[in-house]
Ligand binder design. Structure first.
Ligand SMILES: [Zn+2]
Length: 391
């Protein structure tokens, strides 16, 4: 518990007056506030604070100067007190003072004038001046090898949050059904035309499907095992293996585990993504997309029995949602940006289980469907980000 005389509180208070006009009742605010606290923790030394304030003051007065580099040291993941969420101080800084909608550190690149960017991996120090970074969202990502995904930001595990558990109901329309010939029965759905006029002037090409359709991180935050799957393989398996194994269609936990067994198959057909539990044990999944269609609470963890399958993503349905929400507010579209993320675990979590939170470090992993995330970002851009002009 922080007290009023904590140096962090003092730092927080002293930089608060330089904040852009954040809407503190908006859904994004808790995340920005969290970034503010993490930033304060890293710049509590007098000199750094002074440097930051100088730049912010200049900017606040409408100046063009972007200031000097403000340097912090890289955190050591081997240290006991290491918290991966503190690692990307530059992300927190930019999120607090410029672009509140930033999801992850991969969304940022160094500005030309800065040679101490976070991505200069060989440097033991890096710059956290918010004006020494630019967003990379305009870059075309097709056919590009992407870096491992950065820290998970959307599913913040809140202490004392009630996480209901749901067992899969086979009558649900997301559960796959086959006819007597073993052919998958597809739901009939309205066709979705990418009509530029319909999409508030967005260009059709902006909703193009990228080459990379999914990115996976095993044991998020503890290991660095991650992989992206491109359209070359329309399916992949996450399982466990005693050898380091990562092929074009497989990613394995480094230790065999009876719970993981044959693992999980994730595959894509016509812009839809399905998940099949190949293991003998149930698996547990948290997916905002699936919960929306199940009409479950957004934090519900769904238990999927052995050999069962379910639909976890649909490009068409997501575009419908995006379209509908773009008529509402910017923040609702922003929230949709995290719908392409799912959390999967071979270890149960939630109310009925030993683990109340997503069991990071056990047999758990995260999958991101890249297109949904990018489309949400493009829609936000087209709507005109409130903070973009201020940045
Ligand atoms: Zn710099």
């Amino acid at each position: 518990m922080l007290t009023t005389c904590s140096p962090f509180k003092t730092v927080t208070a002293s930089i608060t007056k330089y904040l852009p006009d954040h809407d503190k009742s908006a859904p994004y605010w808790p995340r920005v506030n969290n970034s503010l606290e993490r930033l304060a923790k890293r710049i509590s030394k007098k000199g750094k604070l002074k440097e930051l304030k100088k730049t912010l003051k200049e900017k606040r007065q409408g100046g063009d100067e972007v200031g000097e580099c403000i340097i912090v040291t890289r955190l050591d993941p081997n240290k006991k007190a290491y918290d991966p969420l503190d690692e990307h101080t530059h992300l927190h800084s930019v999120r607090v003072f410029r672009f509140h909608w930033l999801n992850e550190a991969d969304d940022l690149k160094s500005a030309e004038e800065c040679s101490n960017g976070f991505n200069e991996k060989l440097n033991e120090e890096f710059c956290i001046n918010p004006y020494h970074y630019e967003t990379r969202r305009w870059e075309k990502k097709t056919k590009q090898i992407r870096k491992p995904l950065a820290t998970w930001t959307q599913y913040r595990d809140r202490a004392n949050t009630f996480i209901p558990n749901k067992d899969l109901d086979t009558k649900n329309r997301l559960v796959l059904k086959w006819d007597t010939d073993g052919v998958l029965i597809r739901e009939s759905r309205p066709s979705y035309n990418l009509n530029p006029a319909y999409n508030r002037g967005l260009k059709e090409e902006e909703y193009a499907v990228t080459d990379v359709w999914a990115a996976v991180k095993l044991n998020p935050a503890l290991t660095k095992i991650s992989k992206e799957f491109t359209s070359i393989s329309s399916q992949f398996i996450v399982d466990a293996s005693s050898e380091e194994r990562s092929t074009s269609e497989r990613l394995s936990f480094p230790r065999p585990s009876s719970k993981v067994g044959k693992g999980v198959l994730i595959y894509t057909v016509d812009g839809e993504v399905y998940l099949k539990n190949l293991s003998e044990s149930p698996i547990f999944i948290l997916s905002l997309f699936a919960n929306h269609f199940f009409r479950y609470e957004s934090t519900a963890v769904v238990k999927i029995p052995s050999k069962a399958s379910l639909k976890v993503w649909s490009n068409d349905e997501f575009l419908d949602l995006l379209e509908a929400q773009s008529e509402n507010s910017f923040h609702e579209v922003e929230d949709l940006g995290s719908w392409g993320n799912i959390r999967i675990s071979f270890v149960g979590w939630g109310q009925k289980y030993e683990h109340q939170k997503f069991p990071v470090g056990l047999s758990s992993f995260e999958v991101t469907f890249i297109d949904g995330k990018e489309w949400a970002e493009k829609t936000m851009l087209a709507m005109g980000k409130p903070d973009l002009a201020a940045g």
